[in-house]
Ligand binder design. Structure first.
Ligand SMILES: Nc1ncnc2c1ncn2[C@@H]1O[C@H](COP(=O)(O)OP(=O)(O)OP(=O)(O)O)[C@@H](O)[C@H]1O
Ligand SMILES: [Mg+2]
Length: 248
């Protein structure tokens, strides 16, 4: 975990990306510069098709820019090979998507345990850590249920427990609340913000969901492949805001 809130976790410079659409090339990212630090929930907002998911995939090393560079946790990820990228993602990054993508045959507890096994956690610690991760998202009483027995919001919270159990320093979320009702959407938002603050993590969240705005430390608006606005609605110190320690 990084020590200082001012440490830049992510530094992207001059990102360009185009996709071919039939005979034409479409310029999706047109020169993005972005620095992000730990301890904040940052929203990436903007119209549909503006390049948000494209940008997040490049920042996470899931896709490569045509031009420009990305440094994540000090790793020059735009220049690394696939096996190094996979290793960095496994050790340091968590991912949450709109759809939870759980394994149908596994209980909530086993979905979370599996991640710990993949990261080499000692067997003796597996259960306690997986239980705690489910407790942190308010699901310890659902631990033995398989996805078919969970609601949509509960499934998404299992996916979040699975992403957070290894305590990633960076968390990438793409539309994590858009399929959820108000109650579950609010819950997920509070969990993301609380994780960023408590664990000094960088949480970068692509969203259309205006419910997240009051919880955000920083809001970056992208339009037509460029950053149009970059605001900190609560000022420069995320720890000066209203409490994020609300019980689930
Ligand atoms: N692999 C691809 N091949 C071709 N075009 C692509 C590819 N990925 C994205 N695009 C195009 O790039 C543009 C931006 O897509 P992107 O998914 O980044 O938008 P977005 O801002 O996340 O939109 P939304 O809010 O609808 O999710 C879109 O026009 C999309 O069709
Ligand atoms: Mg998208």
């Amino acid at each position: 975990m990084l020590a200082s809130i001012d440490t830049p976790v992510l530094c992207a410079r001059g990102l360009y990306k185009s996709y071919r659409n039939g005979a034409r090339w479409m310029d999706i990212l047109k020169g993005i510069d972005l620095t992000a630090r730990c301890g904040e929930l940052t929203l990436l907002m903007g119209p549909s098709g503006s390049g948000k998911s494209t940008l997040m995939a490049i920042l996470a090393g899931l896709s490569r820019p045509d031009r420009g560079s990305v440094s994540l946790l000090g790793f020059p990820i735009s220049g690394l090979g696939e096996s190094d990228l996979t290793d960095i993602r496994l050790r340091h990054c968590g991912f949450i998507f709109q759809s939870p993508n759980l394994f149908a045959a596994l209980s909530a507890l086993d979905q979370v345990r599996l991640v710990l096994q993949m990261t080499g956690t000692q067997a003796v610690d597996l259960d306690a850590r997986a239980w705690q991760a489910l407790k942190d998202v308010g699901l310890d009483d659902r631990a033995h249920l398989k996805p078919a027995a969970l609601s949509g919001g509960e499934k998404q919270r299992v996916a979040i427990a699975r992403a957070l159990v290894k305590r990633p320093t960076v968390l990438f979320a793409d539309e994590p609340t858009s399929a959820l009702d108000r109650y579950n959407g609010d819950l997920v938002t509070i969990i993301l913000r609380r994780y960023a603050h408590r664990h000094r993590a960088m949480v970068l969240c692509v969203t259309h969901d205006a419910r997240l705005i009051p919880h955000a430390d920083r809001i970056i608006t992208i339009d037509d492949g460029r950053i149009q606005a970059d605001e900190r609605p609560h000022g420069d110190d995320p720890f000066s805001q209203v409490s994020d320690h609300a019980a689930l």
